[in-house]
Design a protein around this ligand. Sequence first.
Ligand SMILES: *Cc1c(COP(=O)(O)O)cnc(C)c1O
Length: 403
Amino acid sequence: MSMMLLDKLEQQIDALNDKSLRRRRRTADGGCAPRVTVDGKPMLAFCSNDYLGLASHPRVAEALREGASLYGAGSGASHLISGHSRAHAQLEEKLADFMSPHLESARALYFCTGYMANLAVITALAAGNDAAGAGGSTEIFSEALNHASLIDGARLSRCKVHVYPHGDIVALEQMLAASTAETKLVVTDSVFSMDGNLAPLPQLLALCEKYHAWMIVDDAHGFGMLGEHGRGALEHFQLKSPYLVYMGTLSKAAGVGGAFVAAHATVIDWLVQKARSYIYTTAAAPALAHALLTSVDIISGHEGHQRRNQVQRLIGRLQQELRLSRWQLMPSATAIQPLLIGDNAEALRAAASLYQQGLWVPAIRPPTVPLGTARLRVTLSAAHTTLDVDQLITAVNAMEAAA
Ligand SMILES: *Cc1c(COP(=O)(O)O)cnc(C)c1O
């Protein structure tokens, strides 16, 4: 057997290491919570997307146990064979009902992960023309800072992809106006995962309606967090349109796992017929869907509201109390509060220094973010206390003062 490939892999990993780009994992003992033990050391974490603290919520954990006793540990098959359980069906009904103020004839489809949901939506909608035998074409208009799963979905669709610059409505309109494609899909994150800012969804939707384009919104960081009832970016901006296809993840604010697509019933039916990342994979454990029934109840109820308010208070405190000179808090009103550093090695050093002080904040480097914009991605959660956030503020301010 030739070992040449192994040699090449090692060389490339060494090269990544030299550029401070090598990725490593840390092993956390115990559940996802701000106070966590990592390699035997007690840490205070600002890295998880468990924005409402539901991953460690006693009622959600109890619902998961109840789900396991009702349905067992696994689903046993794909949804179209025999893996579609009552729990999945109940969750889909609940989510469709929850999102119905913003969608026409809403139905929902539960996926194992958000990554798979994004692949499904883009590839299946792009294939809509072919199957009709009309010989029509599909083109995709993709925001420059979109999540990797949207980019991969667009690639997999083999459609022509136009990437429009971040937040640039004018550039997008020029691209839409110039396109003769029969089906146009505008694809965007609602909350940009490494920046925390919002896409201008009302303006994007107006363009979609003007040019008869579909708008696929990835609300991974908005669902549960934005809007009075936690319905996410569509509620935040009060949007409703038959052109909307909504993807929300259930692994972040909802605290469990999986994702859902909510859209017009015909779109959902089409996904069930054609979406390969839905059809050719085993259904997620029904117990997860069962636990998510409780998550969605919490999100939509009084407690969800209180938890969202707690996150807003913590965001305000961080923004007010940080004293920065070299670094910059990026403009964001969401639980994602990135501290822009720039240089990869400096970002790693800052993260390492915080880590030594018991504060776990991840350094995010290219290619996840553009070159020269390495950052500490601080995420806040309703499970954090004011004292937790003060500890982070004190440590960062001390590093800045020492520079
Ligand atoms: C996390 C995330 C996804 C993927 O969701 P998973 O359920 O983790 O696979 C998709 N899009 C965005 C913007 C995300 O942040």
